[in-house]
Design a protein around this ligand. Structure first.
Ligand code: ADP
Ligand code: MG
Length: 420
């Protein structure tokens, strides 16, 4: 497609009703419609979906979007359909479809109605789908959550490793990789595994200037400390992450007993209860959700005011993702993590049952979390450095938004504390 022929601002307005692009969106979209392999690294909420949705909508052929979660795909398809009078404009192809539904999808693609086809990576490996997709015009393949391809990412999915092989069978189509978690290592892995070292890379800053980062030493009084913290944020929404389901239940109960409206959320609860608790949180029927990491993917509540980590996360990517759910609206977001070296040892013990290669990666990632918790430097600088980004801790945006900068102190000696 020739860039001179289209006014992408007009198309943006027409399809999405937005009058401006966010961040690097415009450059990314231009790269895609001029058929370049493109790599997009933007934090969660940065607006990655639009980067491939808009080019898909304005080009000939169907764009294939690979995404790891069926629920997220369904949401996106519904959102796209609401922008158009044509229901067939977007489809999901997955194993839950009936034969009739599949033939409808194929019919819509063949007749050129379908601009976006969402597929789970495991569906894309199916011979019959690949054969069909070879026979229709494909505008490009977008791989959302591309970090799933890397063992160094926080959500490794082996099926993602087959993608390159399948895309090659589709002929010469541009590939777009998108992720919100790209340490230099993950980034390298994505480019290598998708065989797209030639890709034009767009990386947005990962700085979240409105988030305040704080680490407290974990003591026996943690529950009282959390209660005090929440009471200081009365009427505000927050998430508390715990490592185990048991701890989630325990903390939720302790909060309830102390007059704080809280619900638990973890994979051990049945789907109905989980959905109910999630809705209660979104609708502000409760202030706090106490959860395992099962909670949060794809949840877009703009006014989460605090994220507490009762237990340290297993990597800094996870920490960044989980804390990133605070302050989406640009308002206050307090990110408080409790740290004790005992928890580190607990996590290490969990990992010791895993295959050696996985263990080594796990330990290395965990050591970064320890370093973050124990550092006395700017936490923002530390986090951003981890993502390959230089941050000026004097003049950078949000420079004074952490405990170390506000109250310079000697290193957190949690290690010693446990021993004595
Ligand atoms: P990501 O996938 O990077 O986490 P999303 O694609 O889910 O982010 O987008 C996050 C939010 O930003 C969505 O609510 C979306 O509608 C909004 N958004 C995207 N682009 C724009 C824009 N140009 N102007 C205003 N809002 C936008
Ligand atoms: Mg996304």
């Amino acid at each position: 497609m020739n860039l001179d022929e289209i006014d992408i601002h007009k198309e943006l307005k027409k399809y999405f009703g937005f009058s401006q692009f966010k961040g690097l969106q415009e450059q990314v979209i231009k790269s895609i419609i001029t058929k370049h392999n493109t790599f997009v690294i933007m934090p969660t909420g940065g607006g990655k979906s639009l980067c491939y949705q808009l080019p898909a909508l304005i080009q000939n052929g169907t764009a294939i979007v690979v995404s790891p979660l069926i629920a997220l795909m369904k949401n996106q398809v519904d959102a796209i359909r609401s922008l158009s009078s044509e229901n067939g404009i977007a489809h999901v192809l997955n194993s839950s479809l009936t034969k009739t539904e599949i033939s409808q999808v194929k019919k819509d693609i063949t007749s050129g109605i379908t601009k976006l086809l969402y597929v789970a990576p495991e569906s894309l490996t199916k011979e019959e789908y690949v054969e069909f997709l070879q026979s229709v015009p494909i505008s490009f393949v977008a791989i959302d959550e591309a970090h799933c391809i890397s063992e160094w990412g926080h959500d490794f999915r082996p099926e993602y490793r087959n993608l390159r092989h399948i895309i090659k069978q589709l002929g010469d189509v541009p590939v777009i990789g998108l992720t919100a978690t790209a340490t230099p290592k993950v980034q390298e892995d994505i480019l290598k595994n998708l065989d797209m070292s030639d890709a034009t890379t767009f990386k947005a800053s990962f700085n979240r200037p409105n988030l305040f980062y704080e680490v407290r030493t974990k003591t026996k009084n943690i529950e009282a400390d959390i209660i005090r913290f929440i009471k200081q944020h009365k009427g505000k929404s927050g998430i508390i992450y715990c490592l185990s389901r048991k701890k989630v239940e325990e903390i939720a109960e302790v909060l309830q007993v102390n007059g704080i409206s809280a619900v638990p959320y973890h994979a051990g609860l049945d789907a109905k209860t989980r959905a109910k608790h999630q809705d209660m949180f979104l609708m502000e029927d409760v202030e706090v959700v106490v959860a395992t990491i099962a909670f949060g993917m794809g949840i877009d509540k703009p006014d989460v005011r605090f994220v507490i980590h009762h237990d340290i996360p297993k990597s800094l990517e996870s920490y960044y993702q989980e804390t990133g759910r605070a302050g989406r609206d640009g308002g206050e977001g307090h990110c408080l993590a409790y740290y004790s070296y005992k928890d580190v040892e607990k996590l290490e013990k969990f990992m010791s049952g895993k295959p050696v290669a996985e263990q080594e990666i796990g330990f290395a990632l965990l050591q970064e979390v320890v370093a973050y918790a124990e550092t006395s430097m700017s936490r923002r600088k530390f986090l951003l450095h981890y993502f390959g980004e230089e941050f000026d801790s004097e003049t950078g945006e949000g420079a004074d938004m952490d405990d170390n900068v506000r109250n310079p102190k000697s290193k957190v000696e949690a290690k010693d504390q446990v021993k004595t």
